[in-house]
Structures are given as C-alpha cells and as structure tokens.
Design a protein around this ligand. Sequence first.
Ligand code: FMN
Length: 184
Amino acid sequence: MLFNELIITRQSDRKYIKKAVEKNKLIQCIEAARLAPSASNSQPWTFVIVSEIKLLKEVAQASVGPLRSFNNFVKQANVVVALVMEKPKIITELGGHIKKKEYPLIDIGIAAEHFCLQAAELGLGTCMVGWFDEQKVMDLLQIPESKNIPLLITLGYTPDNYKQRKKIRKPLKKIVRFNNYLTE
Ligand SMILES: Cc1cc2nc3c(=O)[nH]c(=O)nc-3n(C[C@H](O)[C@H](O)[C@H](O)COP(=O)(O)O)c2cc1C
C-alpha cells in the first residue's frame, strides 16, 4: 500500500469481530513502534500486550466513560496494548526540564502511530484510547506506580461491512502558514 493510501486507510475502528489477531502480525505492529524515532533515541516505552480474555474484559471496563456508550467498544477488541511511558535518558529529561517539553509523551505518540499504520497495512483495525481509568489499568497490569500509561491501543479485525469513513479534518488553508504565523 502506498503511504498516502495507508494514512487514509488508518482510522479509529470501534467495531471488531471475534477473529483472533495472528501473533506474527501483532509482533510486526510492535516492531513498527519499536523503530519509531524518539528524543535522544531514549525509546521511553514498554508495550504491555493484553490478550487474556478476563484481563481484556477488566481493561475494557476501565475504559468506559461516564456516558456508558463512550469507549464501550473496547471490550470487542481482540488485543489491547498499553503504552507505558518509561523514564527517558537523563539528557532528555534535563532537556525537557530546560525546554519545558515532555519529550517522552511526544515519543509515545509517534510510536503509537507507527503501530496503527502498520496494523492498517496488515488489514487490522486499531483505535487509540486516551480516556480510561489509568490507576485501574496500572493495577490490573501490575505497572509500577512511578510510571504512566498515556495511551491504550485496541487491535482487532473489523467486520467486512465496516466502512472506511471520510476523514473530517480542518482544511489545509486553515492550518498552514508560510514563514510567518500571522500571514495566511
Ligand atoms: C491521543 C488520542 C486519544 C484518543 N482517545 C480516544 C478515546 O478515548 N476513545 C475513542 O473512541 N477515540 C479516541 N481517539 C481517536 C480520535 O477520536 C480519532 O483519532 C479522531 O477522531 C480522528 O479520527 P480517525 O482516527 O478515524 O481518523 C484518540 C485519539 C488520539 C490521538
């Protein structure tokens, strides 16, 4: 698939069928995330793969929003990956303090997109999930208190009739400035 086709194909998929995700495809997605760039090449991440049915149910339960329909789809996913944010290299941490930037969070976002694009190329559906009870998921997956989980990613096969949605995005004109922010 050409890159421009791939970025159209990747979308947030919120409906999954029961078909299991092949282990080699799952590993390919993790491999794509592993190759993502990161500030000072810190690679401040661990990918915790949730595939046990009981645990999946519990993680899904921890993702449902106050309006019960929000993130209710997570329970259909065959796999959920928790992206755990690790401490970066000292130099990155120091740089982050000086420049007031949370580099590891940026790194996690890039790795997440690598994962999702690879999944899309393999015919798998994903959705990044940022709304969930982080403490609950930390407890369920026995993640040390010193760490964070910025994101979960759901992974699975979507139904045959699941549609490719049109991308709703701001027009290019609205988000681009040449050379000067104030000049359109
Ligand atoms: C950081 C982040 C957090 C997100 N959290 C959720 C979420 O909790 N639940 C959900 O259904 N979608 C979530 N999404 C998906 C976005 O709603 C989606 O990417 C956006 O609407 C654009 O649609 P598309 O991914 O289909 O192109 C999240 C996306 C990102 C990047």
